[in-house]
Design a protein. Structure first.
Length: 359
């Protein structure tokens, strides 16, 4: 049985996804970088990593729009007149254009997802790590290494899925079966590992925050901010479920391979864009204020700052404010000190040298 038709296979929806989602990702990254510069903190590694992710997502969006314009995506497979052989053996300009669009998308997908994951992890390093020899530092930097290797391995495996017979990647379905590795099974493996790593990344801050000596209500408020990234997990899970369906219908003669590939690419772009948005949300205090969540955000950052000062140690066990005796940052310009609660200060971390920096 072929894959059921859905809105994500219709030209209008595919074009909308190819335009709107990358645009939102670019806006989110722009706001994140602008916020960093506005605060005078400069742009660090976790900020830079979402920039190539956003640019590649724009490329994916253009790829979708061009595919729809050429009729190689979100369109029924056109069977040549008089063709009576196996539909999977069809190799027409439409199929070739579809294959090239899919090949480009497959190469960019692990790069975007990898950059987003690395941005999350390095953001955690910025927040939680004080001592490079601490357990938290070793865990996070170990995950950075694992994700980097995952991204590189997936990229190379997809690049050489047909070894050096690249033409087979945009040939007929039978060309792929005869000349390439088990492509769809590998794609499913990538989706599954992607989902597992996403869940792990989202769960990491919970035990770290829970160790702070603050009230349970404040701990839950802080965890809620970090869990904004859960939208990326939801997108990853959705694509995993869709991909599982595609694996079983990809080489079914009753399935339209154009629509199968369209579905795969549509949900991939959704996950990439949503992942970028999720990676940017925790850093955008300005965006939080624009959405009328200023008080909730200030509560989060104040708890984090006061949590360090009250305990005198970071989650790694390294000495922080209580040891250095540093004076917290002053209130924002243009606001009276009375407008701030006693422990509301910019979100900060502590570098190995013991100096405080606004995150």
């Amino acid at each position: 049985m072929g894959l059921a038709h859905g809105y994500y296979q219709q030209p209008g929806h595919v074009v909308a996804a190819g335009v709107v989602l990358p645009l939102l990702a670019v806006v989110a990254v722009g706001l994140r970088l602008w916020t960093r510069l506005k605060q005078g903190q400069g742009v660090r590694a976790d900020d830079w990593l979402v920039l190539p992710a956003a640019l590649l997502t724009v490329g994916q969006g253009i790829n979708l729009v061009v595919g729809v314009a050429l009729g190689s995506l979100a369109a029924p497979l056109v069977i040549p007149p008089g063709f009576e052989a196996n539909p999977l053996a069809i190799r027409t300009p439409q199929v070739v254009a579809m294959g090239k669009a899919e090949f480009f998308f497959e190469l960019t997908l692990p790069l975007v997802l990898g950059f987003v994951k690395l941005s999350f992890l390095l953001f955690y390093v910025r927040i939680f790590v004080v001592s490079r020899a601490g357990a938290v530092s070793l865990l996070l930097h170990g995950l950075v290494a694992v994700v980097s290797l995952w991204m590189l391995a997936c990229f190379l495996a997809l690049l050489f899925e047909c070894r050096l017979r690249f033409w087979a990647a945009w040939g007929s379905a039978l060309d792929i079966v005869q000349n390439c590795d088990d492509t769809f099974a590998f794609v499913y493996a990538v989706c599954l590992s992607d989902f597992i790593v996403d869940v792990l990344i989202i769960l990491i801050p919970i035990p770290l925050v829970w160790r702070l000596k603050v009230s349970r209500r404040k701990k839950l408020a802080m965890i809620a901010v970090f869990l904004l990234g859960a939208v990326a997990v939801a997108a990853s899970l959705t694509r995993l479920i869709i991909t599982l369906q595609l694996v079983y219908s990809a080489f079914d003669p009753s399935s339209d391979e154009i629509l199968v590939v369209t579905t795969y690419m549509y949900w991939g772009v959704v996950e990439c864009a949503v992942g970028i948005l999720a990676a940017c949300l925790p850093s955008l205090s300005l965006l939080a204020r624009l959405l009328s969540f200023e008080s909730a955000w200030q509560s989060f950052v104040s708890v984090f700052s006061s949590g360090h000062s009250r305990t005198g140690s970071a989650v790694d066990g390294s000495r922080t404010d209580a040891a250095t005796g540093e004076v917290p940052s002053p209130p924002a310009r243009g606001r009276k000190r009375s407008d701030w609660s006693d422990d509301v200060f910019p979100l900060t971390d502590v570098s190995p040298s013991g100096t405080r920096e606004t995150v």
